[in-house]
Design a protein around this ligand. Structure first.
Ligand code: MRU
Length: 337
């Protein structure tokens, strides 16, 4: 089977077709969004997730608002911004849509301009990911063993992926890889999504519980840990899925280089360091239950931050479409972009 498209814009109707990531791998189904409200709901309930993917989906949400009622575009921009707080790509793409709106709000071209901006954000994400892949592939030797966390693949982006894009590009360059995917509690993006995506594409993938990666590094030569990112602060501190920080500490202890793969749109040039990154806290039920099964005594308290921040000094390099940067050097990208 081929990997289904994460996000598909159906211009004629118009509507947005999202792969329902909550159901994978048990079933492959799609959710259709015909309004911005439905798009915002799909971001909130994690039908679509992953930093670049929610940015692309939100851009199309603004187009849907323009189609039905242009007087609701301000409301749509506000509603879509309020869906998830950590991934900066969401706000980056909403700001791009806002500036097109401001420029064309009194023009008959408004709808087409917004649609073409959203399509551009979507297409560029795919091509940027390929560049990230090519830039990162060189760090991996042939027959490399790597660990990744959460899902930073085609499912988390418009296509190809960031961290998984590096693995794809390394394979396209003729290298064989063994990939360990952390299952990624509490929502299992690694076990459910990364394993599915890599199996569909014929990679050698082994799923481990998050608690196993330190022991794995002590027993087997791991060549690199590569994850995606949701927001990178100006000093290189990086927010990504909860568990990334612990993985980076384990990697340092075992002399395994730890890399982030992310587009420049994931860098928040207004955010000086990791303490300024807003961290989403999600519902207790994600930890306490698995579907209808009760995992934790209801009387116990739960803390459920969806992301953590890996300090810059644990990160060997940030792999972007413009090359690989040591964390303090990402500041240079502000002048270039
Ligand atoms: O809560 P999620 O599933 O949206 O979190 C996703 C991640 O943390 C990814 O690693 C990150 O967005 C990078 S995706 C290329």
């Amino acid at each position: 089977m081929m990997l289904p498209e994460t996000i598909e814009w159906i211009s004629e109707t118009p509507m947005l077709r999202l792969l329902d990531q909550r159901k994978i791998p048990a079933s492959v189904g799609f959710v259709l969004c015909r309004t911005y409200e439905e798009t915002a709901g799909a971001i909130e309930d994690m039908t679509v997730r992953g930093a670049p993917a929610i940015g692309v989906a939100a851009a199309y949400g603004v187009v849907l608002a323009a189609y039905h009622d242009p007087s609701k575009i301000d409301e749509a921009l506000f509603r879509l911004s309020a869906t998830r707080p950590t991934a900066v790509n969401l706000f980056w793409s909403i700001e791009k849509m806002r500036s097109v709106y401001n420029e064309y709000k009194n023009s008959p071209e408004l709808y087409l301009r917004l649609e073409s901006e959203a399509v551009k954000i979507d297409k560029e994400d795919r091509s940027i990911n390929r560049m990230i892949g090519v830039n990162g592939a060189g760090i991996l030797p042939d027959r490399a063993a790597v660990i990744t966390h959460c899902n930073a693949g085609a499912l988390a982006t418009a296509g190809y992926g960031t961290a998984l894009g590096v693995f794809r590009a390394a394979r396209e360059a003729g290298k064989k890889l063994r990939i360990y995917a952390d299952e990624t509690r509490p929502r299992f993006q690694g076990g459910r999504l990364t394993a599915f995506e890599l199996c569909e594409d014929g990679f050698d993938v082994t799923v481990i519980c998050d608690s196993m990666s330190a022991f794995l590094m002590s027993r087997e030569k791991i060549d690199a840990v590569i994850t995606g990112a949701d927001r990178i602060a100006l000093n290189g501190d990086t927010a990504n899925k909860i568990g990334t920080y612990g993985l980076a500490i384990s990697a340092q202890k075992h002399n395994v280089p730890f890399y982030i793969a992310a587009p420049i749109s994931t860098i928040d040039f207004n955010c000086p360091n990791g303490t300024s990154i807003p961290i989403e806290e999600r519902d207790h039920s994600e930890v306490k239950r698995l579907g209808s099964e009760i995992l934790v005594d209801e009387r116990a308290k739960v803390w459920n931050p969806a992301f953590d921040v890996t300090p810059a000094d644990l990160i060997k390099g940030i792999i972007t479409e413009a090359g690989i940067f040591e964390p303090p050097r990402i500041k240079e990208l502000n002048d270039r972009y």
